[in-house]
Design a protein around this ligand. Sequence first.
Ligand SMILES: C[S@@+](CC[C@H](N)C(=O)[O-])C[C@H]1O[C@@H](n2cnc3c(N)ncnc32)[C@H](O)[C@@H]1O
Length: 227
Amino acid sequence: MDIKFLNENMMGPNAWLIAEELTADLSLKKGMRVLDLGCGRGLTSVFLAEKFGVQVFAVDLWTSATENYERFKQAGVSELIVPLQFDALQLPFAKGFFDAVVSVDSYHYFGNNDTYFEKVLKPILKKDAIVAIAFPGMKYEVHGNIPEEMKPLWEADALEMWHSIDWWKPKFETHLTEFKISEMGCFDRAWNDWLSCDNPYAVEDRLMIKTDNGRFMNIIKITGNIF
Ligand SMILES: C[S@@+](CC[C@H](N)C(=O)[O-])C[C@H]1O[C@@H](n2cnc3c(N)ncnc32)[C@H](O)[C@@H]1O
């Protein structure tokens, strides 16, 4: 991992570390077509191309394809990655197109409902395609009983998207074989890397993570294969 590239391009807890843990037991293989959904500045796309030699379709809403293309060239993996700027709600791909989807720290923005996976994402994945998704979550549902000290630190719209394993589980379990959902072990390291960079959003997040002190927030990972 190139530390300068990482520090310039993190948009939250270290996506490279999260992707490493998320994909550790997966059988991603050279030549597979992988959707990196909500790739941001493409750290995870570079990771997937470098580590597995897969062909990555790097889709993001906020980051332009041109900016990501420049980054992929800088990282020396642009031959393996197709940068695209699209809304995850309106993906332009053919049915059954992808061998895998990997999504880090973005699925909770658009997939936090009962229909997204089944109606939008699943149709563009092949049968048996690998699904690997990680996002910020909660150890339990705090909504309706928000700890006083966290009230000024958690923004309402972020809180809307952060849920527990029990809340997420039914959205995936009937669609996946080898279904697994768990808290990720890299929480502290991934957050520390983000909090110690000088991005103003990271500086803002420092008090939140300090006050939480390992009590409420987590990072959840989901893996499985399409039925
Ligand atoms: C916190 S950033 C994380 C980016 C990157 N995955 C990472 O971990 O570095 C959240 C990302 O979700 C993406 N996102 C949010 N809503 C989206 C949507 N409807 N379609 C595609 N991407 C979306 C944003 O563009 C943003 O880059």
